[in-house]
Design a binder for this molecule. Structure first.
Ligand code: KG4
Ligand code: ZN
Length: 340
């Protein structure tokens, strides 16, 4: 079945994005306006700043996406927008813009779940997806494992009990004076480091658990830097001297934990295929460690393309298009939800 290109909008956190996706998941354009510079001074996303920035950027971002694809409203089949989960004020900007455009251009509208879209980003390059999959979504706000039976059917198997993996990387980078966002900063600083130099314990929880916990690892890093209790005024070690080893060891502990949990999920469910998406899925060490684990345990690991791991609208337009093709749509009463 064919369906004209879909315009996707994403504004759930700190990226304002618009994209056009056509037949066979062909990406016709992708525009992402990142707010990182506006949040960096605060060491994390400030919801009020995010909402105001989305409001300024949403219209130019949509105009650029259409212009880059050489399309106009008349060429579109529908509009897809992230309406859950995320920061309420931020979600409202994208959703209100999508409703206004759908009304003005007389196009169908569909609300997309941000996590399902991250998973869809890993499905998009696969010529013939073979369901079911285990999906790992690993980002600044989420670290969760799902069983995925179709692009729209995901059952939660486990999730973090405290920090998300990206959040742990962001907080660790702050501790080490590396700036925001922490994931890329730690990857860069640890590139030449020895991942075995600091043997942090893997937070694997009970033997059969598919949940995650990264706050203890974060505390272990603090104690490594500042001594037991984390209160020593002078650093216990001088982080600067062993920064590459510290970053490599911390990053590797997170990567090995994620890989081991994917293996556990495959073993428990008998599903030997894993999709991996979300901002932390860009991480090179995670990609390498996951490939090694997959090789050892005999499962396939499919990462989302690096440019569609962090928040983007290609994954929203792609999943929205699949939803339209399945006859799904929403009316102009479409609401937003912070969780769910
Ligand atoms: O998916 P995303 O853009 O936003 C959320 O939905 O949270 O993910 C952002 C997270 C941040 O925590 C950031 O530090 C992390 O992804 N991240 C990375 C890398 N690039 C972004 N973590 C590790 N390695 C990277 N290369
Ligand atoms: Zn995300």
């Amino acid at each position: 079945m064919s369906f004209a290109p879909v315009l996707g909008l994403e504004s759930s956190c700190d990226e304002t994005a618009a994209a056009l996706v056509g037949a066979d998941n062909k990406v016709l354009s992708s525009v992402v306006h990142s707010q990182i510079d506006q949040h960096a001074a605060w060491g994390g996303v400030v919801p009020e700043i995010a909402g105001r920035s989305h409001l300024r950027s949403i219209r130019p971002v949509v105009e650029q996406a259409l212009e880059h694809a050489g399309l106009t409203a008349k060429d579109l089949g529908g509009i897809a927008v992230t309406n859950r989960p995320g920061l309420l004020g931020s979600l409202l900007i994208g959703t209100t813009a999508a409703k206004a455009l759908a009304y003005a251009w007389n196009l169908p509208l569909v609300g997309v779940h941000h996590i399902e879209a991250h998973s869809y980003a890993a499905l998009m390059p696969l010529a013939a997806p073979h369901f079911p999959y285990i999906t790992l979504i690993v980002s600044g706000g989420h670290t969760s494992l799902y069983r995925t039976d179709s692009p729209l059917q995901m059952k939660l198997l486990g999730s973090t009990l405290d920090d998300a993996a990206g959040e742990a990387l962001d907080k660790a980078a702050k501790m080490l004076g590396l700036g925001y966002p922490g994931g890329p900063a730690i990857q860069q600083a640890g590139a030449s480091g020895n991942p075995q130099a600091f043997p942090f314990r893997l937070p694997l929880l009970a033997a059969d658990s598919l949940d995650f916990s990264f706050s203890g690892l974060k505390t272990a890093l603090l104690y490594t830097i500042k001594g037991p209790g984390g209160t020593t005024a002078d650093p216990w070690i001088v982080p600067h001297d062993c920064l590459p080893d510290l970053c490599a060891s911390f990053e590797s502990t997170i990567a090995r934990t994620l890989a081991r949990k994917c293996r556990r999920a495959c073993e428990q469910t008998g599903i030997p295929r894993v999709l991996i998406g979300g901002g932390v899925a860009c991480n090179l060490r995670l990609r390498q460690v996951m490939a090694e684990e997959a090789n050892k345990a005999g499962f396939q690991a499919h990462f989302a393309p690096a440019e569609y791991c962090t928040d983007n609208a290609v994954m929203i337009a792609g999943l929205g298009r699949a939803m339209f093709l399945h006859g799904q749509s929403d009316d102009l009463n479409l609401d937003v939800a912070a969780s769910g």
